[in-house]
Design a protein around this ligand. Structure first.
Ligand SMILES: Nc1ncnc2c1ncn2[C@@H]1O[C@H](COP(=O)(O)OP(=O)(O)OP(=O)(O)O)[C@@H](O)[C@H]1O
Length: 314
């Protein structure tokens, strides 16, 4: 029995008719780790999360959850909580009544203090007595998380938990997940938001068309040497263009999307050393640099490059 890992998957496959949703997927999630699943639409993230939640069983491979091998029968493994797509809620009940009903349904001894505490953790105290019918997507997501908290999970599985969250909601959710992980709960979540993943996850797994194309710490991905596009704002756009054109390793990118209507901005592409050289040339040429930032984060660029490569190889 593996006591270090909350999830250990080897060579997992899952098909829906002709569609191969997961194709030999390996996944290790240590206890107390927040692990992100990323990938383009249809990559297999929800399918994998569904397997962890016991909503489906793999067609092939080995899956161990909280030290117990998953058998062929559908069942939520002991100690696992979460939801895919959207949390199941009763629209005619209030947030508090929903949690009380769920606790009773699952035979939990949460009590009203437990329910109130879960609502407070996700920042829903003020709307605790409102019917969930009128809840926004972000509020439903947070209530789904509160429901999961009631079970004191050792593995929490969440599909796009940041969907629809406003900045305050996001802060609540991040705080809850970080606290759970510090207490030893493993969290596996999917997201299309690289900033969330960078902020939360010790490790990420990138899926593309059912296969793992990267697994490890996000900074390992970002640190890989690759050319990025940078927005560059200066005091003299014409001079900046000229210097970008003559600096070795720098290319001017015709990206009206990134530069928009802003005629003080140009977009240049290159590796960091070439960019340093360009900045030195600008300064020497008496051109002030007012803004220099990647068009997309290094992690997002790496993600796009990896998944585009996978598409091209198909
Ligand atoms: N119940 C199902 N029946 C048939 N095909 C399915 C089913 N569930 C998923 N698929 C297919 O399996 C593949 C993986 O889908 P999945 O929902 O896991 O991807 P995803 O990475 O979660 O995508 P998204 O980012 O759009 O949520 C897709 O091709 C999808 O069409």
């Amino acid at each position: 029995m593996d006591t270090l890992h909350a999830v250990r998957a080897r060579g997992i496959t899952k098909c829906f008719g002709e569609v191969v949703a997961l194709d030999g997927v390996d996944l290790d999630v240590a206890r107390g780790q927040i692990h992100g699943l990323v990938g383009p639409n249809g990559a297999g993230k929800t399918t994998l999360l569904g397997l962890l939640l016991g909503l489906a069983v793999p067609d092939g491979g080995r899956l161990e959850i909280l030290g117990t091998p998953v058998e062929r029968a559908l069942a939520v493994p002991d100690g696992v909580a979460g939801f895919v797509d959207a949390p199941g809620l009763y629209p005619s009940l209030t947030a508090r009544q929903n949690l009380a009903a769920l606790a009773e349904l699952r035979g939990l001894d949460a009590g009203s203090a437990g329910v109130d505490d879960a609502l407070a953790q996700v920042g829903l105290t003020d709307v605790a007595d409102d019917k969930t019918r009128g809840f926004s997507l972000g509020m439903r997501q947070r209530l789904g998380l509160a429901a999961a908290l009631l079970t004191e999970p050792r593995l929490l599985v969440l599909d796009e938990p940041s969907n629809g969250l406003d900045p305050a909601g996001k802060r609540h959710v991040h705080r809850v997940l970080t606290r759970l992980a510090a207490g030893g709960t493993a969290v596996v979540l999917s997201s299309h938001r690289m900033d969330d993943l960078e902020a939360l996850c010790a490790e990420v797994t990138i899926l593309a068309t059912g296969r793992v194309v990267f697994s490890g710490p996000p900074n390992k991905l970002a640190a890989e040497n690759r050319e990025l596009d940078y927005r560059l704002r200066t005091s003299d756009t014409a001079a900046a263009r000229r210097l970008a054109d003559t600096t070795t390793g720098i290319r001017l990118v015709d990206d009206t999307g990134a530069a928009g209507q802003d005629d003080q901005l140009i977009v240049v592409r290159g590796l960091v050393p070439a960019l340093d050289e360009l900045v030195a040339n600008l300064v020497r040429g008496g051109v002030a640099v007012r803004e220099l930032a990647p068009v997309v984060s290094p992690l997002e660029a790496a993600f796009l490059a990896l998944t585009e490569q996978q598409e091209a190889d198909k």
